[in-house]
Design a binder for this molecule. Sequence first.
Ligand code: FE2
Length: 380
Amino acid sequence: MNQLVLTKGVLVTGDNALDYLKNIAYTKAVIVTGGSSMERTGVLDRIKKLMDKKDGRISIFCGISKNPTSAQVIEGTEFLKKEKPDVVLAVGGGSAIDAAKVMVLFYEYPELNFNNVFSQNLDSRVLKTLLVAVPSTSGTASEVTHVSVITIEDTQFKVAIKTENIRPDIAILDGNLPMTLPENIAAETGMDALTHALEAYINKGGNDFTDALAKSAIEGIMEWLPISCESGSLESRNKVHNFQCMAGMAFCNSGLGMVHGVSHAFGGKYDLAHGLANAVILPYSMDYNKKDPKVLEKYEKLSAALGGDVIGKVKALKKTLGIAGAICETGVSEADFLRDFELLVDHSMKGSTVVNPITVSREDMARFVKCVYYGVPVDF
Ligand SMILES: [Fe+2]
């Protein structure tokens, strides 16, 4: 039996999707956002105008970083307790949406915290606050997923909190928002989305529905991401925005794989951007996973659809987008890598690596982690 959830409530897409915000009733709304880009580009002003109501008040919680931390979530939860919103809008990158999901959970269930959240039954904790997600980047698809990834500061490890209850009620995909993305962020977040689609497509938890979503997303992102990065046209940004959402619908119903396991290990330790870490690691994982006959069959289907070897095309796309070839090119020093090596391998074995189509031994993981750090081809 396969039970699929594609969105919790409404998915709004197309021209001026943001106008949907006029329909939202509230007495107190809190906007959760990242740095200053949403304010600087006028997005927050536009949202405030669209939602303006005589009896409604809107306040803003900002400062969520690219890898949202437990401390930021705790601070944001206190803000929500003070403001008592009935609507929370997460506006910005996936990090703002991920943080808002857990903030609302902790706000409504104050007995929850980062010490006990993994041992509690979260599925019984229904949320009354309306959670609206408005992504400005095109990568995580956090607007439609039941997952939030937070870096626990004490351990410098990224953890995923998963429950149906944190899936946003309303997801708004407005192609005008990613128009503000710099080229490198568009490239890295787009590669995150491609990773979601490729990992979902070969995951053993997949089915006809997730395969269709993942395959469409792979084809769409491979076609439109280079155009989106080069021209930044509205059409191309809109396309990538939609395809990344399809990739999210696929992976949260089938599962991911070792790219995300390894990327969370490096990202948590060195504050590497999630999209960049995934983009670096993705082709190495494809070379590793292709020895599984079922994965190879799937890659052959993709190669036929794309008109050439899919692994070669992913490697070429990475180059076209100017993505680093290995982790050693991303600013992580060799001294740090060697000092942290055993910990990185331990962390890489966790998370989505557990559902990789090939079970990864610790010995293989140690070799794999060295390959992605130094840029050595995977031939084992
Ligand atoms: Fe991701």
